[in-house]
Design a protein around this ligand. Structure first.
Ligand SMILES: Nc1nc2c(ncn2[C@@H]2O[C@H](COP(=O)(O)OP(=O)(O)OP(=O)(O)O)[C@@H](O)[C@H]2O)c(=O)[nH]1
Length: 413
């Protein structure tokens, strides 16, 4: 029989001060509030294409392949509007505005404006998410002290008046692929570098230096042209200055990268140098996305990620890795708190029992910690309901994995 327990997140904030000793809340900063992305907002290239297609449809004129991509999107979106593709890099030309749009949007064309895609690669736990979050200026990827917490490519957007960098924070490159989930995650890593204008390979400075061939191979080995590559020597705060110089020398000598920059992503040291290096590699061109958005992912994606982060903080060993978090219902209610229903899928009943805890206490603690962060992120009060379900071997089930968003698409509605 399917055992099920629903918990609403109503523990008072004070109770949260008593986290179990194994989790360290200070490791996870809350930086959500500046997020301004609306999930259904069109990007400039989408709106431009929509205008062209509609205009040509009205006049009976044929439209070309590039333009038709909007049309296809429009026709599939009515049947399957709940999915958002993460694989395609938009055509740079489509981001260009015509004279009419420039006037309409009061847009001044800057011929020196730079824009492009940056893939952030590296082994698990080296600090890729921390670096990406620092660059974007807010927390988009979950950061924990456990390896392999990032499961999706997170598209973070870092804009200023002069540039727009689109960052793909990827799951760490893993050698042993234990589950189909691992293989599907690696597939996403591969396509990240294929789409990139430059690549950052992040390594942990506190560890013995290692060749990065495998990381580069997973990240885009089949590419004919070499993409400009920066080696980011992260966690420099953990070693002595003399050691940093030795590591730097080793990586310059034994890897085929264009430059090595030591940083401490956690404390923001050297992050500006990384940005400056990227700027020298990005082509000139207009912004791909409106300047005020920080991610292409919809809010519900981040809600699920926040719950997942809290699971990593609160539970031990294999349990967090066996959890999949899905937002199954998300209702915005203008006159009361938003209603969010989340399911946590685990593989075994024993994991479910651990998640729920004695008299449901552990799940209640988890739900409350998640609710507080979700409220910070959304900047409004929510009613959060959390349910735990068992789905045998979900990490090996291709159909389920695609449904959960590991096939390059995520649910947007
Ligand atoms: N001391 C120190 N710790 C850091 C630094 N950057 C990241 N960390 C810590 O390293 C751990 C892993 O960081 P993440 O950013 O989650 O690493 P990741 O490479 O994205 O990990 P995966 O999700 O496994 O791919 C966290 O505990 C971070 O706080 C740094 O510059 N200095």
């Amino acid at each position: 029989m399917e055992l099920s327990l629903q918990i609403s997140a109503t523990l008072p904030r004070e109770k949260l001060l008593h986290f179990p000793s194994k989790c360290n809340p200070s490791k996870v900063g809350v930086l959500y509030p500046r997020f301004t992305k609306h999930p259904f907002r069109e990007t400039s290239f989408q709106s431009r294409n929509r205008a062209i297609v509609l205009e040509k449809q009205l006049s009976g004129e044929r439209y070309d392949e590039g333009e038709r991509s909007y049309d296809r999107e429009a026709s599939t979106s009515s049947e399957d509007s709940s999915f958002l593709s993460l694989n395609e890099k938009p055509d740079r030309n489509l981001a260009l505005l015509d004279d009419y749009e420039m006037e309409e949007l009061d847009y001044e064309f800057d011929p020196n404006h730079k824009s492009g895609y940056v893939a952030v690669l590296g082994k698990p736990n080296v600090g890729k998410s921390t670096l990406s979050n620092q660059m974007v200026g807010q927390k988009l990827s979950i950061v924990t002290d456990k390896p392999q917490t990032t499961r999706h490519r997170i598209l973070g957007i870092c804009s200023s008046d002069e540039y727009q960098m689109i960052l793909y924070d990827t799951p760490g490159v893993i050698e042993k692929k234990m589950h189909m989930l691992d293989s599907m995650m690696m597939k996403n890593v591969r396509s990240a570098a294929i789409n990139a204008d430059c690549v950052l390979v992040v390594v942990d400075a506190s560890k013995v230096p290692q060749k990065i061939d495998e990381v580069l191979e997973e990240g885009g080995g089949s590419l004919k042209e070499k993409i400009p590559t920066l080696l980011v020597l992260n966690k420099k705060d953990l070693i002595k200055p003399g050691e940093i110089a030795k590591r730097l020398e080793w990586y310059e000598k034994f890897t085929d990268v264009d430059e090595v920059i030591p940083v401490s992503a956690k404390y923001g040291h050297g992050v500006e140098d990384v940005k400056n290096w990227i700027l020298t590699k990005l082509p000139t061109g207009p912004a791909y996305y409106p300047k005020d958005i920080a991610s292409e992912h919809p809010e519900r994606f981040f809600v699920a990620e926040i719950v997942r982060e809290k699971i990593f903080m609160q539970y031990r060993d294999e349990v967090p890795y066996a959890c999949q978090v899905n937002v199954v219902n998300y209702k915005t209610r203008p006159t009361s708190k938003d209603f969010i229903q989340v399911e946590i899928v685990v593989e075994k009943n024993t994991q479910k029992i651990i998640l729920i805890g004695k008299e449901g206490k552990a799940l209640k603690l988890l739900a409350t910690a998640a609710r507080l962060d979700i409220e910070d992120f959304l900047q409004k009060k929510v009613y959060l309901e959390v349910e735990v379900k068992v789905k045998d071997n979900w990490r090996q089930d291709e159909g389920l994995l695609k449904h959960y968003g590991y096939g390059g698409q995520i649910r947007a509605l």
